[in-house]
Design a protein around this ligand. Structure first.
Ligand SMILES: NC(=O)c1ccc[n+]([C@@H]2O[C@H](COP(=O)([O-])OP(=O)(O)OC[C@H]3O[C@@H](n4cnc5c(N)ncnc54)[C@H](OP(=O)(O)O)[C@@H]3O)[C@@H](O)[C@H]2O)c1
Length: 370
């Protein structure tokens, strides 16, 4: 087969592997999303994906599901097969035993326990290995995993619904609803990708949100709700205390043991933390979330929390739903509040990744240039 034909074939099957990897979304964190297809004589004879944290890896599922003898086949997998004993035995062993001839991979595993060793071991067993097929797509699929392994803190994405003039609420703090129904549905679906969802205490007091994925699906596992509340102002009858469809954790500097005991009895995790500028220390919060295996956080405001996160350089990406409305008024809050910068050259720079129209709202997705 000519090189070009082989390249096209590799891209075709890797696309398939990546698309089945996505099925693991919401179940495998903090592990990566991995899909695998096994091809022989131009026919898929086995496929599988990593379905749940701690359970079998994609390669093992694909091998176990195979409907034909695997000898001489090509295995496509978006992440380098593991070579170490973790929660499951190394996938390499299973690949070698199956007499698979060729392995095609999108990304080398950034986990230092694997990184490059999987490829090395496969080659030592005489298996042909090709790396880098749909590398960018594989990286995008596992952006949370890559970020978490490298930084040991969650990928932090700030999501907000704003008017065309950047307001997140009116001067009377009314914010329901700025964006349209479809944007809100997309937000609920998007929440599902995250391990945690974070809000400042003023948003809790003002909006009494539930922060679940209910518009997407009633019975999915919701992200852990993370509340930033220096003085434990949260009322006991708040939705985030009473509604048990998701776990809730509160970061606080308060020593009010009576209140802490009450909230703990409601199964709320209270994490005491140091203060900075008389508020919760957000650097501490992010490191602590990393320690707790929370690999991704969607921040849903409001403006004061957003401002602090930007000032401490803790925001990785933004997702802004811009509604075709003007709210106006110097007293209506904008997406990022605070003192602001002195000089334009100090403005936080973004790289726009995508712009789309959602039933008339504009969705802007951007990464923060660090
Ligand atoms: N349109 C949208 O997408 C959207 C989304 C969310 C909210 N909103 C609106 O935004 C408004 C609330 O925004 P907001 O700016 O008033 O409040 P906020 O950002 O929700 O909460 C700010 C509060 O969080 C606490 N906090 C603790 N540590 C902090 C830290 N390190 N940095 C910053 N804050 C810290 C502070 O109170 P303590 O020090 O007492 O803890 C602070 O006053 C509401 O009207 C809500 O409806 C709109």
């Amino acid at each position: 087969m000519k090189f070009e034909e082989l390249d096209n074939k590799d891209i075709f099957y890797m696309k398939k592997a990546i698309s089945i990897a996505e099925k693991g979304e919401g179940f495998v964190s903090p592990n990566p999303l991995v899909g695998c297809v096994i091809v022989k004589d131009n026919k898929i004879i086995g496929q599988g994906y990593h379905q749940e944290y701690g359970k079998a890896h994609a390669e093992v599922n694909a091998i176990n599901n195979a409907i034909e003898n695997l000898e001489g086949a090509t295995l496509y997998v978006n992440l380098e097969p593991c070579s170490h004993y973790g929660k499951t035995p190394p996938c390499i062993n299973k690949i070698v035993e199956s007499k698979i001839k060729r392995v095609v991979i999108s990304n080398i595993d950034p986990n230092p326990l694997v990184s490059g060793n999987g490829v090395k071991k496969l080659r030592e067993h005489g298996i042909e290995v090709k790396v880098g097929v749909l590398e960018n797509e594989g990286r995008k699929l596992n952006e949370i995993f890559f970020h978490y392994i490298k930084n040991k803190r969650p990928l932090c994405i700030v999501k907000s619904a704003v008017s065309l003039d950047g307001k997140i609420a009116t001067k009377h703090k009314e914010s329901k609803w700025i964006s349209n129904e479809k944007s809100r549905y997309i937000t609920h679906k998007y929440r599902y990708k995250f391990k945690g969802i974070m809000v400042g205490i003023n948003t809790v007091l003002q909006d009494n949100p539930r922060l679940t994925c209910r518009l997407y699906e009633e019975n999915v596992s919701n992200p852990i709700r993370i509340i930033i509340d220096s003085n434990l102002k949260i009322p006991f009858n708040n939705n985030l205390v009473k509604d048990k469809s998701a776990k809730t954790m509160i970061f606080t500097c308060s020593q009010d043991n009576k209140k802490i005991n009450f909230l703990e009895k409601e199964n709320i995790k209270i994490i005491k933390c140091p203060s900075i500028e008389n508020h919760v220390d957000l650097n501490f919060v992010m490191s602590k979330l990393g320690e707790l295996n929370i690999d991704s956080v969607l921040v849903e405001g409001g403006a004061t929390l957003n401002d602090s996160l930007f000032r401490y350089n803790l925001v990785d990406k933004i997702k802004l739903f811009i509604a075709p409305k003007i709210i106006g008024g110097s007293k209506s809050p904008t997406f990022v509040s605070g003192e602001g910068i002195d000089k334009l050259c100090d403005a936080r720079k973004l790289n726009i990744e995508n712009v789309s129209l959602i039933d008339g709202d504009i969705l802007v997705e951007a990464e923060v240039i660090k």
